[in-house]
Design a protein around this ligand. Structure first.
Ligand SMILES: Cc1cc2nc3c(=O)[nH]c(=O)nc-3n(C[C@H](O)[C@H](O)[C@H](O)COP(=O)(O)O)c2cc1C
Length: 153
């Protein structure tokens, strides 16, 4: 069975909840989803053996939290070239012009430009924290995971 790694950083649980919903979506598509905290992945071995990768982070100061930057450096040594990759995360403030500077977009760009990974065609997925635990938020996360899984076929 094809296997997807969903690794996330989360300070108050919103991005963690998104990770679990996205994993459900991947499973709906018939694939295996493994959910891990980025901080639990200490070396490149923890990144090997997957067919697709989805990384999640909240936006901190219109940037990535430091542990996420450290994790991305680790992924650069993991030889993930050509693997399909997505990115997601939650945020609080709607500053429209800055969405492409929020965490999911930053991660998505690094994965393509530095890691030479294949971009998931739905792009980065940014969800406002108020909606993460709504029915619509759950569905949006599940859809992201489901479509990602379908692209693995
Ligand atoms: C230090 C810090 C900086 C933040 N900076 C931003 C920001 O620049 N833009 C924004 O929309 N939200 C910002 N937030 C809010 C978080 O992105 C938001 O609460 C998010 O849902 C937290 O996700 P988590 O529960 O997975 O940690 C910040 C939160 C913290 C703690």
């Amino acid at each position: 069975m094809t296997k997807v790694l969903i690794a996330y950083f989360s300070s108050t649980g919103k991005t963690e909840t998104m990770a679990q919903y996205i994993a459900e979506g991947v499973r709906f598509s018939g694939h295996e989803a493994v959910v891990r905290k980025m901080l639990e992945i200490k070396d490149v071995k923890g990144l090997s053996g997957y067919d697709g990768y989805i990384f999640g982070s909240p936006t901190f100061m219109v940037d990535l939290p430091k542990p996420v930057k450290t994790f991305l450096l680790l992924t650069q040594n993991a030889k993930l070239e050509g693997k399909i990759s997505g990115a997601f995360g939650s945020y609080r403030h709607d500053v429209s012009y800055k969405h492409d500077a929020y965490a999911p977009a930053i991660i998505f760009n690094v994965l393509q430009k530095e890691n030479k990974m294949k971009p998931f065609e739905l792009g980065p997925f940014n969800l406002k924290e108020d909606s993460v635990e709504t029915r619509e938020g759950m569905k949006a996360c599940q859809d992201y995971g489901r479509v990602f899984g379908e692209k693995l076929l």
